[in-house]
Design a binder for this molecule. Sequence first.
Ligand code: 6PG
Length: 470
Amino acid sequence: MDNSTYSFGMIGLGTMGRNLLLNMADNGFSVAGYDKDASKITTLEKEGAGKPVKGFTALNDFLASLSSPKVIMMLVPAGKIVDNVIDELCPLLSKGDIIIDGGNSHFTDTTARVSRLEEKGLHFFGMGVSGGEEGARRGPSMMPGGDTHAYQYMQPVFEKIAAKVNGEPCVAYIGPGASGHFVKMVHNGIEYALMQLIADAYEIMRRSLQLSNEEIRSVFADWNNGRLQSYLLEITADIFAYKEQDGSYLVDKIKDEARSKGTGKWTTQVATDLELPVPTIDIAVALRNLSKYKSLRTALAAAYPAEDKKSTNGKEGITKLEAAFYFSTISIYAQGLHLLSRASAEYKYQLKLDEIARIWRGGCIIRAALLEDIYKAYKANPALEHLFLDASVQAMIQSALPAARDIVSTQMANGISIPAFANALSYFDAIRSENLPQNLVQAQRDYFGAHTYELIGKEGVFHTEWEGNQ
Ligand code: 6PG
């Protein structure tokens, strides 16, 4: 191939970048990849043998191999590296060229980059890509936002390489500015909460129901065949099936200290800034942090020993747990979507929640059968203020609610830590309360700090000298 036959370039040939590039090549696009690490070029060309794929270790050669306008996607670690790559690229590109950041960049960084590159006449957009290694290779879910010209140019490629659900590609233009990265961040926040919920279910099954790993695998696999069907449950069942050569379970040998790259934390930080509650995402982030205090936990475990009581509920217990899980899952998606609608108003992202639910149905980490119902709810009413208000969702909640209450109260009474289940339920109970006790909080603030309060049915703010009036 000569030097100008590649229609798309990728910078960063880690697993995600390489797999996305190979996915494009599978779909007939001629693609070039750039990475300073020669071993990554070797892997790319080996895996792409027979396909229109070429790798480069020299940036100039890579750029010279791209047809015009040059379209370059970056899949490099979020943060400073993204800016370094952009700085290196800018002097070598011409007006009209397109840069796509496909990593998990913080949306405020993307906002700054959009305006910086606009001034230079370059098209830039941030795109959330979800699905892990396999998704990138076989069909991810993609959340592109920003420059519409750039999106329209790339739309046919993205629609080809995306995961498909009922023949529809799991990609849609998300909105202006950094909306694509914002939506991906919230996707990850939901991912954290769902993972904690599954971890809670595991805790209940091993400590309360006292099931073996094989029994736990079987429960997760069964759930995955029903209304709870989801990618995260599917991989969880696989994890409980994985045995080492000596017959021991790998999951039992893994340290109980979870790490994170930051997108969940960003979601809770941004939600707090926007004053929009996503408590089950917050608690999932908190539990990852708490898990790191192993020696403290060990000391406290000795000080407050647990007395696990075996539940005699058996099959009935599993049925209830399934319903409680279903309820909690609805609560988690509802919180994430509520955050999206709040952010859309704040940042003028013009988000279409039906489209977001649609493209999350396949390819991404949080794909689940429930997203079909969520998609229908927002399609029927794009202005739906909260998922709990949809009539079909209401029916789903009503049927699962008694089990959720039962599971939460029983497990909490037995001292089993179930933060996601408990939180998903108390979020529901708070948000469905017409009258909250926050009138008292206002009175307290006014008492100690003269922060004033507002009165029911009376305009203005008021202050009272509370002390001495008892
Ligand atoms: C995806 C994932 C991915 C994320 C990892 C790790 O949608 O494919 O969300 O983008 O980076 O899951 O996230 P943590 O390291 O924060 O757990």
